[in-house]
Every structure is written in C-alpha cells, then in structure tokens.
Write a protein that binds this ligand. Structure first.
Ligand SMILES: Nc1ncnc2c1ncn2[C@@H]1O[C@H](COP(=O)(O)OP(=O)(O)OP(=O)(O)O)[C@@H](O)[C@H]1O
Ligand SMILES: [Mg+2]
Length: 266
C-alpha cells in the first residue's frame, strides 16, 4: 500500500515524493590532469522510513555516493533530491545548514572534540546551529537517556570503548532530529556482539521513530535489517532488491516523530 493516495484523492503514486532520490548521478575526480569516473550514472529512489543497506567491493564508490547524498560532493552530472528538493541548487552555506538539520551521520571512526565531554559533544551540533545551550543540553540529556547512555555523560569520548563511542556517535547524529541517518560502515571497528547491539539500535530507530536509514556495510549479515538492498560494483548499481514496500508518501505522512516526544520506544 502506498500511503498518501487515500488522503490525497487524485494524487498518483508516481507523483508522490521520495525521501531521497538520485537521477543519473555521475561523479569524477580530477587526479593530476585526468578525470577519473567514480560514480557512473546511478538512479535510486528511497522511500520514507526505509532502511537501505548498500553493499559492494572496496573502492566501488559507496562512500562517494553517501557524500554526494549529503551535499558534500557536487555531482559531475545528475541530481540529488531530498524530499523533492534538488540540493545542489542551494549555495554551499544553505546546503550546509540543510545538511545539519536533515541528516545525521555516523562514520566508522567517529570524530570527537576531545576537549568536550560526552554530553557536550552530543549537544555540539545544536550549539553551532544557534540553539540556546540550555535547550541543547536538555535534548542531549534526553537522547543519552533514550539510548541508556546517560551514566556516561561526564566521561570524555576517548575514555569509552569503540562500541560505546559508536552509540555516542549515533546520539550525536540524532540530536537535531534529522529526517535521514546515513551510516558509513558504522560497525566496521566493532566486535560481533557490539555490532549487533548497534544494528539493533538502528533498527529500532528506523521502525519506532520512522527515520530513513542508509547504511553502507561490507557485512552481508546485516542484509536482514534492510527494507531495500543496493548492490554496487565499479561505480554502478548492479542490483536493487526491494524487501519491504517503501512508503513513498506526501508530506503529512512523512513527519518523523521527535525523539524528545517519546518517538523512540525501546
Ligand atoms: N577526493 C577524491 N579524489 C580522488 N579520488 C577519490 C576521491 N574520493 C574518492 N576517490 C576514489 O574513488 C573511489 C571510490 O572511493 P570510495 O571511498 O567511494 O569507495 P568505497 O566503495 O567507499 O570503498 P571502501 O569500501 O573501501 O570504503 C576510490 O578509487 C577512491 O580512490
Ligand atoms: Mg567507503
């Protein structure tokens, strides 16, 4: 069922908005005097609330694709749409602000501001967005509590284990209540048990608070979490396997549930 058809009457499924869409996406990098093609024409549509898992050999362009989705790497050709907005029509400052509001990102190796403790690091994205520090701290506290991590709020990130740091990275990624969470091999440095724990958190986040998740991994074990599997090879999407039907819907249906309002139930 495609949510939105009923409430919008005449609107057809094909008119409804994807959360993320790339059209004929190409990206090459200039190395010396040569343009090296890395992404060679990708088309991908991601519906609201999907959990997309991207797999493919090292060097096939997975991280480049995520960077392009984030607005960090301008495509050589093609477009990236976030809820229908062509993000590369915005200037860099507006795109950066858009990225901070709408995307949460988790990398394999989190970057911390070492002089800040756990709660200060989590609150930081809101601080730089100009949110009053009392509100930023309150939100950071709520998120840490939701992830059962509040007991570590006074620690410094470097005093935490790899798995704990990834959990913390996820809290920080969620602080601005983003529409979309992008994760680039978030479990890459973790042991199996800790990695499963993080995957479980991501799944809960996806199903309970309706975040759209796009995750890159080398581990086929995590295919089972996906609603859509995307197999890349040599700068191209070789195969897309739709496991659960996406919700391509109109705006009313697309609101994510604010974490601070009990959107994440564990
Ligand atoms: N800024 C850049 N300048 C030149 N080449 C680049 C740049 N960024 C990425 N590349 C090249 O693009 C190719 C794809 O890189 P990318 O990081 O997207 O691969 P990946 O699929 O994420 O690999 P891995 O699984 O190892 O992380 C690589 O050959 C890389 O050298
Ligand atoms: Mg990569």
């Amino acid at each position: 069922m495609v949510i939105g058809i009923k409430s919008e009457g005449k609107k057809m499924a094909s008119d409804l908005q994807a959360t993320l869409e790339v059209k004929n996406l190409k990206k090459s990098f200039l190395v010396g005097k040569t343009q090296i093609p890395i992404l060679k024409g990708l088309d991908l549509k991601i519906g609201f609330g999907e959990f997309v898992v991207i797999l493919g050999p090292s060097g096939c362009g997975k991280s480049t694709l995520l960077n392009t989705l984030l607005g960090l790497e301008e495509p050589t050709e093609g477009q990236v749409f976030v809820r229908g907005k062509n993000i590369y029509t915005m200037d860099e400052d507006r795109r950066a602000a858009f990225r901070r509001q709408k995307f949460g990102v988790v990398y394999q190796q989190p970057n911390w501001i070492r002089s800040l403790n756990v709660i200060e690091n989590v609150a930081f994205p809101l601080n730089i967005a100009g949110v009053h520090h009392h509100i930023a701290f309150k939100k950071a506290k709520d998120i840490l509590y939701l992830f059962k991590f509040d007991q570590y709020e006074k620690y410094y990130p470097m005093e935490l284990s790899g798995g704990q740091q990834q959990k913390l990275a996820m809290c920080r990624a969620l602080i601005a209540n983003p529409w979309i969470v992008l994760a680039d091999e978030p479990t890459g440095n973790l042991d199996t048990v800790t990695a499963e724990d993080l995957m479980y958190d991501l799944k809960v986040l996806n199903s309970e608070s309706r975040r759209t998740i796009v995750m890159v991994t080398h581990n086929p074990e995590y295919e089972r979490y996906a609603t859509k599997l995307v197999y890349m090879e040599d700068g191209l999407i070789k195969r897309i396997k739709q496991i659960a039907k996406p919700i391509i819907s109109h705006k009313e249906e697309e609101e994510v549930i604010d974490l601070a309002e009990g959107g994440l139930v564990q």
